[in-house]
Design a protein around this ligand. Structure first.
Ligand code: LLP
Length: 392
């Protein structure tokens, strides 16, 4: 993935930093749009996955909409140039100020998560003299077959409206002239790699869609959320996910009523493979039971391994290796960061060429939920980044 010129350029840079390949991002967006356009599907990008300025600009320019989960994300999306009529606002705890900001910008839809939230949005919209467009986020009780921390569509999760609350929702919406129900919203989890999960989701969406239809509601929007998983083990083998198969499933299994639009909220699938965390080996500690590589990047830059035991491919980069045409002897290392926490570990028993202080290490597939989840814990430095066109 990283040719010799890129590695040589990395060698001149201060580490750690996120490297973003905006050309790969563009190619990913092109592929996603080509496949979605076949069926007239609408894509919103989930800003929560990565709101790096340049990444956002490339995505905005592609014409995709935005999926936001905070007032600040709504404001950021507007600032970057996403059309308000393509912005959706989800989130289980929207504060009044955030709702007002979104109303102010006349966004496409609020994905509403409770009866109480309907009352709050209804009241605030009424006072502002606006009509808020609403999609009800229904919790469909579909198991996303992913890590329990990123599962959202089960009864036990805090997200969405439970089925027995739907009549209440409709009564509330009817009681407010300031609320307009435009659709339904679902999101069952993230890093979903078993595509059968999406078939199950479609079956549930069809049931709910019929339920509303039978009651005389002509809903314009079916928003099926995001969640499409990526290949963390082989980022070079599958730099772009199989959008063709993904959208085909929805075309095949989702029963749209003639007038209905289908919307998606993709985060990870669009941005994960274009980002890598580049770091240097600070120390190598050879122990009796274990050998450690201690990096200058830690859980403060990429939290996913510490938080979800997530796997990220770890590679040693070396321009010498390109010259010599080999990698040398392989050794097993626990690759850890410098933070004072035992969970600050990127990988255990990782097979790498014998490494030394100063070697560059790439932690791959870090474009989604990497930089955005960084923290200043241990008073670490602000994140740095490098883009492909700066070193080409
Ligand atoms: N829509 C809603 C309502 C969501 O909650 C999410 C993600 C998405 C869309 C985008 O999902 P994606 O296509 O990226 O899977 N920090 C975790 C992931 C948390 C996902 C939260 N919701 C991780 O690093 O794996």
């Amino acid at each position: 993935m990283f040719n010799k010129d890129i590695v040589t350029a990395f060698e001149q840079k201060e580490t750690p930093f996120f490297y973003y390949d905006l050309a790969l991002l563009q190619a990913t967006l092109d592929r996603a749009l080509t496949e979605a356009n076949k069926y007239g599907f609408h894509i919103h990008y989930a800003l929560k996955a990565n709101f790096n300025e340049r990444v956002l600009r490339v995505i905005q320019e592609s014409g995709i909409g935005a999926d936001c989960v905070s007032g600040n994300e709504v404001l950021k999306a507007v600032e970057v140039g996403f059309a308000p009529e393509k912005i959706v606002f989800a989130g289980v705890g929207k504060a009044d100020k955030e709702i007002l900001a979104a109303l102010d910008h006349n966004i496409f839809a609020f994905n509403v998560e409770s009866v109480q939230e309907l009352h709050v949005i209804g009241d605030l919209a009424k006072r502002a003299g606006k009509v808020a467009k609403i999609a009800l986020r229904i919790n469909p009780n579909v198991d996303a077959q992913t890590h329990k921390y990123i599962t959202t569509g089960l009864d036990e999760n805090k997200f969405g409206i439970k089925t027995w609350e739907l009549s209440d929702c409709l009564d509330t919406i009817k009681s407010f002239d300031s609320l307009e129900l435009i659709g339904l919203h679902f999101h069952v989890g993230s890093q979903v790699v078993d595509l059968n999960v999406f078939k199950s989701l479609c079956v549930k969406v069809n049931e709910f869609n019929n339920w509303f239809d039978e009651r005389g509601y002509r809903l314009k929007v079916l928003n099926v959320g995001g969640g499409l998983g990526v290949n963390y083990t082989d980022p070079d083998g599958e730099p772009i996910v199989d959008f063709k198969r993904y959208f085909e499933i929805f075309d095949q299994f989702l029963e749209r009523k003639g007038h209905q639009e289908v919307h998606f909220e993709l985060g990870r699938a669009l941005v994960s493979q274009c980002g890598s965390l580049i770091s240097r080996v600070l120390y190598v500690k050879n122990g009796i039971k274990k050998n450690f590589i201690i990096l200058d990047a830690g859980m403060t830059e990429l939290m996913r391994p510490a938080l979800y035991q997530a796997y990220h491919k770890i590679e040693r980069l070396s321009s010498e290796q390109h010259n010599e045409g080999g990698v040398g002897m392989l050794t097993h290392y626990d690759v850890v960061g410098p933070i004072c926490e035992s969970t600050d570990c990127f990988g255990k028993e990782v097979e790498l060429p014998e490494s030394k202080r100063g070697d560059l290490i790439a932690i791959r597939t870090a474009g989604a939920y990497g930089e955005v989840m960084a923290s200043r814990y241990n008073l670490r430095n602000e994140i740095r980044y490098v883009y492909n066109d700066e070193i080409a």
